[in-house]
Design a protein around this ligand. Structure first.
Ligand code: PDD
Length: 287
C-alpha cells in the first residue's frame, strides 16, 4: 500500500509529495516538528503535542499555518487512510519557501509556512523488546544550541550522538553539560534512587517532554517522590534504576551507563511499573 502523506493542504501518495528546494527548513533547519504516537489507532496526548507545537512556532516567530486548527483532523485522517494501528505521526512546520536564499526571515504576508505530515507504521510499538532487555547508554558532551526547549528540526548533533552510541556498542547517548546530564539524544533522562525519581528541571536546556509531564504526574499519583534537579553521570552510575521517556519509546529502562551496570543489570521494577501505568493511562484517554 502506498503511504498517503499531507503536504500544504493536500493528501498525496508519498512519491507525488514535493517541497521547494528553497524551503527554509531544507536550507537553514528553520522549522519545528512534533512526533505523536498512535496506539490502537488512537493518538496519544495530541493536546500536549499541539500546545508545544504552538509554543515552538511562537518562540521562533513562525506564522501559524492556516490549517493549524485542523491538525487533529489531519492526524486522524492519515492514521485512517494508512491503516495505522500502532505507529507514529510526524508533523513538520517550516517558515516556508521564499523562492531564494536569504538569512533574513521572509515576509510572512507573502511566504506561507510549509506543513508536512506523514505516518510511520510500527506494529507492536508498545511491546518493544528493549522494554524487557533495557538500553545501554554512553555519555557525550552536549554541544547543541541554547534553545533546546524549542522542538526544531536541527537534529544533526543528536543524530551524531546516536552514531557515537552505535559505534560504542550502545543504544543511545545522554548528553552532559557542565558535568550534568541534560537529556538523551531524542528523549528525557531519569534516574531512580530508592523511591525517588530524579530528572533535570525544565529550562531552555532541555525539551519539555510531553511524555515527561505525564510520567511525572503518574509517578506522584503512585506515591513516588520526584526531584527535578541536576544529576551527574557518576550519580547515575550509582542509581538503583534509570530510564528515558519519549513519545516513541514511552518509558524505556536503561541498564548500563558508560559500561557500568545499574543495580543487577536488568530493567528495574519501578521503571517497569511506570511504563505500565503510562501505557494504561495514556491508552484510556487516547483520541
Ligand atoms: N523526540 N528530548 C529530546 C531532545 C527529544 O527529541 C524528545 C522527543 C524528547 C521527548 O519528548 P516527548 O516526550 O514529547 O516525545 C526529549 C522525538 C520522539 C523524536 O525526535 O523522534
Amino acid at each position: 500500500m502506498t503511504r498517503t502523506v499531507f503536504v500544504n493542504g493536500d493528501y498525496l501518495p508519498e512519491d507525488e509529495a514535493k517541497v521547494s528546494i528553497f524551503d527554509r527548513a531544507f536550507l537553514m533547519a528553520d522549522g519545528v516538528y512534533e512526533v505523536t504516537s498512535v496506539l490502537g489507532g488512537k493518538l496519544i496526548d495530541f493536546a500536549g503535542h499541539s500546545k508545544r507545537l504552538e509554543r515552538s512556532l511562537n518562540e521562533l516567530d513562525i506564522k501559524k499555518p492556516a490549517v493549524f486548527d485542523d491538525l487533529l483532523e489531519i492526524h486522524r485522517e492519515l492514521v485512517r487512510v494508512n491503516e495505522i494501528d500502532d505507529g507514529l505521526v510526524y508533523l513538520q512546520i517550516t517558515r516556508g519557501a521564499p523562492g531564494d536564499r536569504d538569512f533574513v526571515f521572509p515576509d510572512p504576508e507573502t511566504t506561507e509556512p510549509t506543513v508536512v505530515l506523514f505516518t510511520q507504521n510500527k506494529p507492536g510499538l508498545a511491546d518493544s523488546p528493549a522494554a524487557k532487555t533495557g538500553m545501554k547508554i554512553i555519555s557525550i558532551e552536549d554541544v547543541r544550541w541554547g534553545r533546546r526547549d524549542i522542538k526544531t528540526v536541527q537534529l544533526l548533533y543528536p543524530s551524531m550522538g546516536k552514531m557515537m552510541a552505535k559505534k560504542a556498542g550502545a543504544d543511545d547517548a545522554w548528553m552532559v553539560q557542565d558535568g550534568h546530564v541534560t537529556e538523551g539524544t531524542s528523549n528525557n533522562a531519569y534516574i531512580i534512587k530508592g523511591n525517588t525519581i530524579i530528572t533535570r528541571a525544565l529550562s531552555n536546556d532541555i525539551l519539555h517532554g510531553i511524555t515527561r509531564a505525564a510520567v511525572l504526574r503518574f509517578a506522584k499519583e503512585a506515591q513516588m517522590q520526584v526531584e527535578e534537579r541536576n544529576f551527574t553521570i557518576d550519580e547515575a552510575k550509582n542509581a538503583d534504576e534509570a530510564f528515558i521517556t519519549s513519545a516513541s519509546a514511552f518509558v524505556m529502562p536503561v541498564i548500563e551507563i558508560d559500561g557500568v551496570s545499574l543495580g543487577d543489570g536488568t530493567p528495574g521494577a519501578r521503571t517497569a511499573r511506570l511504563r505500565e501505568i503510562y501505557l494504561d493511562e495514556s491508552r484510556k484517554v487516547a483520541i
